[in-house]
Design a protein. Structure first.
Length: 234
């Protein structure tokens, strides 16, 4: 089974130089698509160099402007569905999603339609180097989203997730409402509403090694309001 890992980037040049080779070297059936939003730091140029180095294993979309997290994934999903791949994985560029968890996540897609890399399984919290306030806010936001939507996963806001291609073909990615991180909840919710089977694998989430986090309280609170809109989807 062939897999494509989609990685949106904005000012991630230090990270992708190290991350992409690690992913490529895991398995010859795992390829990478970088979607760069015209990063001022030259991330797009680094992406193009990696594309040349790993010919036919690394693909690049360079967009003209900072067009947003959700739209980057949606554009990436559309390209993925035009390719010969079975599984499509969403993943951050900053090493908060360690590539060593990719093989297990991909393997579990043999038995599930969507697999989430979860920080909150078995009653534990697997997060490294987060301030306590952010950890509490994230945990409460997840519990709230799970209660409102009825999602049958513990980590509703995880950005580390794998999808069988059929899921992306059927859930209506062209109708996605969310612009920001609420997109992560919406993707899982739409899949569950269509009757697809969701599973999880435990991961250790590590705060980014280099660069600046794009997460904020505003983004999380935005997601909390969005879940009520999802409840009335046709």
């Amino acid at each position: 089974m062939k897999s494509l890992v989609i990685i949106p980037t904005y000012n991630e040049k230090e990270n992708i130089e190290k991350l992409i080779p690690q992913i490529i070297n895991l398995d010859e059936k795992i390829n990478v698509l970088i979607v760069d939003d015209d990063s001022p730091d030259g991330t797009g140029d680094i992406a193009d160099k990696l594309k040349e180095e790993f010919f036919n294993r690394v693909f690049v979309i360079r967009r003209k402007g900072k067009l947003g997290f959700a739209s980057a994934y949606i554009e990436g999903f559309h390209l993925a569905l035009s390719m010969d791949v079975d599984y499509i994985i969403s993943m951050d560029a900053d090493f908060s999603h360690n590539p060593r968890f990719l093989p297990e996540l991909i393997s579990k897609l043999k038995n599930y339609d969507v697999v989430v890399g979860s920080r909150y399984m078995y009653g534990t919290v697997s997060v490294v180097n987060w301030p306590i306030k952010r950890l509490i806010l994230s945990r409460l936001a997840n519990l709230y989203a799970k209660i409102v939507t009825g999602l049958k996963v513990n980590d509703c806001t995880s950005g580390f997730a794998g999808y069988r291609r059929e899921v992306l073909e059927k859930i209506g990615i062209e109708n996605i409402l969310s612009d920001g991180y609420s997109f992560l909840i919406e993707m899982k919710y739409r899949a569950q509403r269509k009757g697809y089977k969701l599973g999880e694998v435990p991961i250790i989430f590590e705060e980014r090694r280099l660069g600046q986090s794009k997460m904020s309280k505003k983004i999380i609170f935005e997601a909390l309001f969005r879940v009520w809109q999802l409840k009335v989807l046709p």
